[in-house]
Design a protein around this ligand. Sequence first.
Ligand SMILES: Cc1ncc(COP(=O)(O)O)c(C=O)c1O
Length: 346
Amino acid sequence: MTNTFKGPDALKDFLNPGKHPNLPMVELPESLNPFASDGVRIFAKMMGLSPLGNVKAVPAFNMVQEMYKRGELSGVERLVENSSGNTVFSMALAARQFGVARTQSYVPSEISWNKLLMLQFFGIEPIVNVEPQAPVENDPATGVFKARLDGQQPDAMNPGQYENNDNPEAHEKWTGPQIWAQTEGKIDIFGVGLGTTGTLIGNSRFLKSKNPDIKVVGVMRAPDNYVPGVRTENLLNVVDFAWRDHVDALERVATETAYLTSMEMSRLGILAGPSSGLALAGLLKHLKGLKRIGELEGFRRADSGEITCVFPCPDSPMAYLDEYFKYVDASHFPAITNEDDLVNKP
Ligand SMILES: Cc1ncc(COP(=O)(O)O)c(C=O)c1O
């Protein structure tokens, strides 16, 4: 594969996750893996190292392509979706390749300023929604509900990432097989952050079809804690998928831990955003629990004596830089020398 995209479909192919080589997977160094001496190997699957720089490029392309194939985009002038940023960004760019120029997005009021600028930069129309903290099923106050309603207008379409099977299916067809191949079928534990739960379901389905003994750990935000892209258990109520059928265990991670863990990875060259930190911190928490109750041994492979873990890194820290200064203690950042001389002060 020369990794060159040309001709009339160059851009469509470039945005198609199925037309790229495997996204990189990198093993964490011992400094980030407290279980290295236990024979545990932990790999970060870099979902952000694709043309659009985030995990949602995978389901977004699939959802748009499948809608197009089913003829559902004919006459559609705008897509409308609820999204913390990444889905709608990826979806809007894919949709332009399939003839839909406009995309509108319900965004949570807690969205970072940078993310909002990013949406505007890419020509996506943001609609801010104050989300209920404990939504009930089909809660009319949620952006998910409002986008679904608006999507019923004749000129509009709501792809519905929280209920659209083309979301998890994208990971089943593209991400899962990559992880299986890259670990040479030796993955034992998969740790994954939960947003729409598409990454969880698609990978869990594929990996467990290859080896039903693989353990899947779903990682959520601790109650009342913020991490963009992933949800608390309460907020997972808006997800229509039967995601609980695809996890073996659940872990909860606090905001500061997620941001700090992602910063530690990033400083070593693994450019991983807050939800990547959440996934790794949740996986480590789970390994600690398994070790404490003596169950880690059950995962050890007889031939190598190793236990292989994988967690996806959904995106890089760049879109959230301002948030790190809000959620991570100031002692983690170098001071600026001669700050008074700065022309542009925050
Ligand atoms: C940064 C980030 N992390 C994690 C996720 C969660 O992925 P999924 O929706 O597949 O559960 C998302 C989804 O939007 C995301 O944008």
